[in-house]
Design a protein around this ligand. Structure first.
Ligand code: SF4
Ligand code: SF4
Length: 531
């Protein structure tokens, strides 16, 4: 498979079959037991170009005329020029330029990529494949290197609709985990290049996965949350959570909302309120017991830390980041504290620095060091014997590799979980859950199968290896994943392979384990109910 093949007509660039996939440990060590991939319907095949790998993350309708095709190519090229200009890409031009210019093609990064390895080393998923396609387009169509030079630079690539549709899909076969960037001796960030390709398609051609854009960002800007939770619905959810806390803790805890001048505005990924309310309840129980001065916000978008723009579009990223800061400013809180959500850590604490200036540049922190301080400085009465079952920790890429928050969550687990064990590799060397960069919420056509069988495969392998000595479904085990998106991916991955049924492995957040160990709470907090 050559780089220029991406622009050449063919039935399919790669086929993925179960026997090619990276082997998994017991009880998934027979390729014949691999769940079959969902077949696309005839209508889907007719409507969309499936010639990359047979999977569709975006599903871009095929153009119906040559003029339409040419117009899309033209738009792509003008967008590419903008991507390479300081005025239009002041946010990321510098790292993009570095990553495009300094790769020496040593290929050291390849063996760090979970998607590439898990796929059975399919060439198109190699971390350097996408960037090289982009470089060649730039060489030929922007720098306009001639035929003779193309022999040396390899710029002989045909920019056409086939290439564009495959490249757009291919940008969504990388989870932006940046494990490849970590091992690159020159600091080249191939994940960033994937993200910039996504940005070009979104900002210039209006092409982005529906779950990230229409159902994500746009819904969030309109209703207040990508989940569709409105301020009124939030108020009902809070009453519900207070009732649940009362039932478990034996006392009513008032969840503070819109408390002016509080020390902390706590921002959760709003998915927690619906899918895992126990996580938000656990935060309330811990903060109450530790005497933390905190509040939630009921302002539109003030209760949802989600910012999907970080994965595909700078304009959407900025709109949401600014709104988050405005909410905190109006409440006059001292700082924003981000709950268990990895991409919100990246968007709000790291990347938002590029758009928040002046009095909107409010201090923003991760909840993990605060939780460590609470647990390790004796602010709660804890009995680790309540967590006496095997526990391992999944490291969300954005908290650990991007931000270096590695020890707080471990110090907590070492204190409250007597059977805590690391998966390998872990910490900054971790593997992505396979649901990073939006994959966990993308349900388009047959894409969920790719997400489980390929991008999530390395994480499943790690988890199974960690628990091999207690793999029987009768032994309860817990994967601690302090991130909403990682939890969403682990839930889907486990459902796909029936990991809970076959191996008795549950998943959940960090705060749930803390509350489960609190002696002030009479009933066990973790219910081991699969959801
Ligand atoms: S990105 Fe870095 S590690 Fe990968 S091929 Fe280029 S220089 Fe080598
Ligand atoms: S960012 Fe992660 S998924 Fe993407 S190419 Fe690099 S290692 Fe692979």
């Amino acid at each position: 498979m050559k780089i220029e093949d991406i622009g050449k007509q063919s039935n399919r660039m790669v086929n993925i079959s179960p026997e090619d996939l990276m082997p998994l440990p017991y009880p998934y060590n027979k390729p014949d037991d691999e769940p079959p991939f969902k077949e696309l319907t005839g209508e889907q095949k007719d409507r969309y170009d499936t010639s990359l790998d047979g999977f569709l993350a975006i599903g871009i309708p095929k153009p119906t005329t040559k003029e339409e095709e040419d117009a899309l190519v033209k738009k792509f090229l003008s967008g590419l020029e903008k991507l390479l200009s300081k005025e239009n890409n002041w946010t990321f031009l510098q790292p993009l330029f570095h990553s495009l210019e300094y790769c020496v093609k040593c290929q050291i990064c390849n063996d760090s990529c979970p998607a590439y390895i898990a796929s059975g080393k399919k060439e198109i998923y190699r971390p350097t494949y996408r960037p090289e396609v982009l470089r060649r387009i730039i060489e030929k169509y922007i720098k306009k290197k001639g035929k003779f030079l193309s022999f040396i630079t390899g710029s002989d690539i045909e920019l056409n609709w086939t290439l564009l549709s495959r490249l757009a899909e291919l940008a969504y076969r990388c989870t932006l985990c940046r494990k490849c960037a970590q091992v690159c001796p020159l600091g080249v960030d191939n994940g960033l290049i994937s993200r910039e390709i996504r940005k070009l398609f979104s900002q210039e051609l209006g092409i982005a996965p529906r779950e990230l854009h229409e159902l994500g960002t746009i819904q969030q800007l309109k209703t207040g949350s990508s989940t569709g939770i409105t301020p009124k619905a939030l108020s009902n959810l809070i009453s519900f959570m207070e009732d649940e806390i009362e039932e478990i803790a034996g006392k009513r805890i008032k969840i503070p909302v819109d408390k002016k001048g509080a020390e902390i505005l706590l921002l959760h990924n709003a998915g927690e309120f619906i899918a895992w309310p126990e996580n938000t309840e656990a935060f309330a129980i811990i903060f109450d017991a530790a005497g933390i001065d905190w509040t939630l916000s009921s302002e539109v978008m003030g209760y949802d830390a989600v910012n999907y723009g970080v994965w595909y579009d700078d304009i959407q990223l900025a709109r949401i980041a600014i709104r988050h800061a405005e909410v905190a400013k109006s409440l006059k809180v001292k700082k924003i504290n981000v709950g268990e959500c990895g991409h919100a850590h990246k968007a709000m604490i790291v990347i938002a620095d590029r758009v928040l200036t002046g009095d909107l540049n409010i201090p923003r922190e991760s909840a993990l060091p605060l939780l460590e301080e609470i647990v390790c400085n004796g602010k709660l009465r804890l009995d680790p014997a309540r967590n006496d079952f095997p526990v391992t920790l999944h490291d969300p890429c954005n908290m650990v590799r991007l931000m270096g928050i590695m020890e707080p969550q471990r110090n907590i687990l070492r204190k409250i979980c007597p059977q805590f064990r690391e998966m390998e590799p872990h910490g900054v060397d971790n593997y992505c859950c396979g649901g990073g960069s939006g994959f966990a919420i993308m349900q388009s056509m047959n894409f969920p199968d790719w997400r489980s069988a390929v991008s999530g495969r390395m994480k499943l392998k790690q988890i199974l290896e960690t628990f091999q000595d207690v793999i029987s479904p009768d032994d309860k085990k817990y994967v601690c994943a302090p991130c909403s998106n990682c939890k969403g991916q682990i839930r889907e991955l486990f459902n796909y392979y029936d990991v809970n049924g076959k191996c008795g492995i549950f998943y959940g957040g960090l705060v749930e384990l803390i509350v489960n160990a609190m002696t002030d709470i009479e009933k066990p907090f973790i219910e081991w109910a699969w959801h």
